[in-house]
Design a protein around this ligand. Sequence first.
Ligand code: DGP
Length: 113
Amino acid sequence: MADQCLFCRIASGEIPATIIAQSARCVAFRDINPQAPVHALVIPREHVTSLNTLTDGGLFGEMSLLAAQVAKDAGVAESGWRLVANTGHDGGQSVFHVHVHVLGGRPLRWPPG
Ligand code: DGP
């Protein structure tokens, strides 16, 4: 755990969040600033800064599987949803603990801004 990392503190329960799903190594919770009717974040419990430094492909697989479970539980698996991993400054990453967004519940435009 990185002491000052917001998402480490959410994963440990130190900072409250609306947890909607969990797996052995990952936690899913509602985004505080939703951009779609369904907007959740999936993070690993362990601190990894971004996809640039993630070396454990199995961990990314577990994040992806939990994201798909969140989409199913939210009822958007059939209508469609999007997995987003903002990475680095130009990618729009604002919290430097690797995470994926689960977005759905409305038609999502492409390309993103
Ligand atoms: P990104 O820009 O890809 O790094 O996304 C970070 C997301 O984290 C952003 O959509 C807002 C969300 N977020 C930031 N602070 C908090 C918080 O304290 N609680 C929750 N639930 N989400 C947060």
